[in-house]
Design a binder for this molecule. Structure first.
Ligand SMILES: *Cc1c(COP(=O)(O)O)cnc(C)c1O
Length: 378
């Protein structure tokens, strides 16, 4: 990958980078397999009725993912907007009419309850939909009575983030579902980055979650601007009621025919993939990094688990001893300044994290060499 950059990025003078960090939107999310690109190319060759296409793709994805209903959206963040709107109006056309003519302020149910420890940078999607975030608990703990007490006539939904990194201080999903449903309140599960394991595509809905959101452009390796909503048929239908191509509040988050067909191809591929073999490959690269880079003076390396959003995948964690004279920020900056640039995650002043899950074949040795070079004492 070193040397002159060709193709569209070369013509633009934009430098492609190696992503040893995570499925991050700011880095372009993920890379689509050829089958996904081919599905998008085929979809681009004809006009279709977009309602008909959405119905056909969604019912196929629902079937594949063992869900009762599905809807393709333009990303998990867009899914949060549509899910919030759906929980505020249900399938009530009078509420939809008021929403479009008078704005969200006229709707009686707008509160979305969220655990303090599950606040994320994606929360503004709820605010965009006109939801009001009501926080419960603290970073250490949340009591069941706090959720019960927060639920009232203005409650539209409870938002829940599964995954190990969001579990600290939060009630278990089972209890949230039981308490919310006893009060007639739907639960939205934001599982945007909770793949693998592939079973998560149906697990949360099977537990009883009303709406579950996934990114199409992370581990699924679908189009970057795609996402998936699955869940209860009436709630998914309520999401569809707000979504493009209807001329309603979801219209700015439209999904193209190319994204719909691309996401379907991505889901098919993802479910057919040998996940155990893929995980073994990531373990192998991680172990090699730990061994090679841990042998450098001033560096202590180990396998870190789970991955950045709590996915059951390893990363290599490099702890930098103060004697090294380098901070994690120095290492990160050196890797980004080199050719090709390499993006890595850091944790605090002294730890660098390397993720093998997004590498193209052969990139792991480039990462090994370049990180070793960056870790040499200044
Ligand atoms: C990535 C992510 C999102 C946003 O997903 P997009 O598909 O990029 O819109 C939302 N919520 C969580 C928890 C995420 O990790």
């Amino acid at each position: 990958m070193t040397g002159e950059v060709t193709g569209v990025y070369g013509r633009l003078g934009v430098r492609p980078l190696i992503n040893a960090n995570a499925w991050l939107t700011r880095l372009g999310g993920s890379l689509m397999p050829p089958e996904v690109i081919e599905a998008m190319r085929e979809a681009s060759a004809a006009f279709v009725d977009m309602h008909e296409l959405q119905r056909a793709v969604s019912s196929r994805i629902a079937q594949l993912t063992r869900n009762e209903a599905a809807l393709v959206c333009s990303g998990a963040s867009a899914g949060l907007v549509l899910a919030t709107l759906a929980c505020m109006t249900g399938r009530d056309l009078r509420a939809l009419g008021r929403l479009i003519q008078l704005g969200v302020g006229t709707l009686p149910k707008r509160d979305v309850i969220v655990h303090c420890g599950q606040r994320t940078p994606y929360d503004p999607a709820i605010v965009l939909a006109g939801g009001r975030l009501v926080q419960i608990g603290n970073v250490i703990q949340t009591f069941e009575w706090e959720l019960q007490a927060a639920i009232g006539p203005a409650t539209a939904a409870v938002l829940y983030l599964p995954g190990e990194i969001y579990s600290r201080g939060a009630l278990p999903l089972e209890r949230v579902l039981a308490i919310a449903h006893a009060a007639g309140v739907p639960v939205i599960v934001d599982a945007a980055a909770q793949l693998p394991p592939p079973e998560n595509l149906w697990r949360f809905a099977e537990m009883g979650a009303d709406l579950v959101l996934f990114s199409g452009g992370k581990a699924l390796r679908g189009p970057q601007a795609s996402g998936l909503i699955v869940g209860k048929p009436d709630m998914v239908a309520a999401c569809e009621m707000h979504a493009a191509p209807h001329q309603r509040l979801g219209r700015p988050m439209k999904v193209g025919k190319e994204e719909m067909c691309g996401l379907l191809a991505a889901v098919e591929l993802y479910l057919a993939q040998d996940h155990a073999a893929r995980t073994a490959e990531i373990e192998r690269i991680t172990a090699a990094w730990v061994e090679t880079l841990g042998a450098l003076p001033g560096v202590c390396a180990r396998r870190d688990f789970p991955s950045e959003a709590g996915q059951p995948l390893p990363r290599a964690r490099l702890d930098l001893e103060p004697s090294l004279g380098l901070t994690s920020g120095d290492v990160r900056a050196a890797l980004l300044a080199g050719e090709p640039p390499i993006d890595v995650a850091v944790s605090g002043e002294r730890a660098v994290l390397l993720n093998a899950a997004l590498l193209k074949p052969g990139e792991e040795t480039i990462v090994t060499d370049r990180v070793a070079e960056a870790l040499r004492r200044p």
